[in-house]
Design a binder for this molecule. Structure first.
Ligand code: V47
Ligand code: SF4
Length: 434
């Protein structure tokens, strides 16, 4: 890398030390993260994040053409922040049949989608075979229509639930059961895991708001096993409810350590502290030197690492925590910027526009994000304001939003490979049409 970017001069002297650490290509500590949270100079924080984002990704910003499929909202748990779940027999309960899934897949292919993002509640009665059947159904239906739909499906929480339903999850060796399920889902055509269900990696927050769900060690186990099997995954943090800022930073630190391990497995050399950072070093000449480059699209063909962090702001409406205010816009910007800066070994930071709103996602592109996700429709998990769950933006609008924010839009597939598109027909930039 030869180009360099001037690191900004902040109004807040507390950010100077962070800037020096960033320019030296060193990893930020949790105390640095707290300084970023406490700083009165939010724009200084955002500029630092933007600088790192530009050093990693340059002037491009990604989007994709995808569909969300929530196969069931029936869930055995009742996380306090969740307005999505229902009990079997409730008026609002639904479970999709394989015929429903075939129909949804046909619609996704007709709309030119490259990805189906599939998640649901922890259904107590569906047999375990439902899950590989669901994946196979999507893959086959798309293939029969001459397309190739990537299936990004099941949070770590669902994977453990499926292992329990299949009776292969044993406390004495939990990874064996996780591996058994993931191997079978991969065989059925699973392409990657989404990042949900992580919430906040803290036992107090866990016990207060999502007791009954897997804890951080098990969530990380599922993602490690997925990485070992060559599957890429994402990670989320659900913030702005009962957690404090230090707990968010500890969560980010745990994720980047897990990513260090994944990258070392892929052949990256750790530094003296065992870290693998993608942050380039600014040399005396002003040029940038990158000891570690993020994985390339070619490498994605083998995979096995975290691709993106997706900070999810808590939406209180309809949940048991409705009395809480939820995070404001400035806190959302700051948390996203800090996630970019702390997670120096995550190639991508996603501003999920459905939850952040498109105007806010545009601003986030200038504060560390390099991806705004997709043309999503029917997003059932959270609603913005009084919107119903049908939220769709076309390719032209997403591209315009990215251009207006000052970036060159690039359509990606789930694995961040460039897509060439002519209407609903698409192909990977270097591959034959599908
Ligand atoms: O796991 C639930 C969260 C997640 C609420 O991997 C809530 O590309 C806010 O993980 N307020 C699901 N959030 C969404 C998710 C996701 C989204 C976009 C892209 C990707 C990806 C993953 O939504 C759940 C939970 O953490 N959630 N309730 C709520 N009231
Ligand atoms: Fe169930 Fe997921 Fe909602 Fe928790 S967040 S109640 S596991 S659907």
């Amino acid at each position: 890398m030869t180009a360099t970017l001037a690191t900004p001069t902040s109004l807040d002297p507390a950010l100077a030390a962070v800037r020096d650490t960033l320019d030296a290509g060193r990893r930020l500590s949790i105390d640095d993260g707290l300084a970023l949270y406490r700083s009165h100079d939010l724009w200084g924080v955002c500029e630092l994040a933007h600088t790192l984002r530009q050093r990693l990704t340059g002037d491009i910003a990604y989007y994709n053409v995808n569909r969300h499929l929530n196969y069931s909202n029936v869930c055995a748990l009742s996380c306090k922040f969740c307005d999505f779940y229902a009990r079997q027999g409730d008026d609002k309960a639904y479970t999709r049949t394989l015929e429903d899934i075939r129909r949804e897949t046909r619609l996704a292919v007709q709309a030119g989608a490259t990805e189906m993002h599939v998640v649901g509640g922890l259904h107590p009665y569906l047999p375990w075979e439902y899950y590989p059947d669901l994946v196979r159904t999507i893959r086959r239906t798309a293939k029969d229509l001459g397309s190739d739909l990537h299936v990004k499906a099941f949070t770590a929480v669902e994977i453990v639930h499926i292992a329990k339903i299949a009776k292969v999850y044993k406390a004495a060796d939990r990874t064996a059961g996780i591996r058994w399920v993931l191997e079978r889902l991969k065989e059925a055509g699973l392409g990657s895991l989404p990042g949900g269900g992580a919430e906040v990696f803290d036992d107090r927050v866990h016990d207060e708001t999502f007791k009954g769900k897997i804890r951080s060690d098990v969530w990380l186990d599922v993602h490690r096993v997925a990485h070992e099997l060559g599957l890429n995954t994402n990670a989320t943090i659900l913030y702005g409810h009962v957690e404090d800022r230090r707990e968010r930073l500890v969560h980010m630190d745990m994720l980047r350590r897990a990513q260090d391990e994944a990258l070392i497995r892929l052949g990256y050399e750790p530094d003296d502290e065992g870290a693998v950072s993608f942050a380039p070093v600014v040399q005396a000449s002003g040029e940038l030197r990158s000891p570690n480059r993020p994985p390339t699209p070619e490498m994605n063909d083998r995979g096995g690492y975290f691709q993106a962090i997706i900070p999810l702001p808590f939406f209180p409406d309809g949940s048991e925590l409705e009395h809480l205010p939820g995070p404001g816009g400035l806190e959302n910007l700051r948390t996203l910027a800090i996630a970019r800066l702390m997670l120096d070994n995550f190639p991508h930071v996603k501003a999920f526009w459905i939850m952040q709103t498109l105007p806010m996602a545009q601003l986030m592109l200038q504060c560390g994000a390099d991806d705004i996700d997709g043309t999503v429709i029917w997003y059932d998990i959270t609603k913005v304001g009084n919107a119903d769950t049908h939220q769709e933006v076309g390719v032209k609008d997403l591209e315009q939003a990215i251009r207006d924010a000052g970036f060159e839009p690039v359509e990606r597939d789930t694995l961040y490979r460039r897509v060439e598109r002519h209407g609903v027909t698409w192909r990977l930039a270097d591959r034959p049409a599908s």
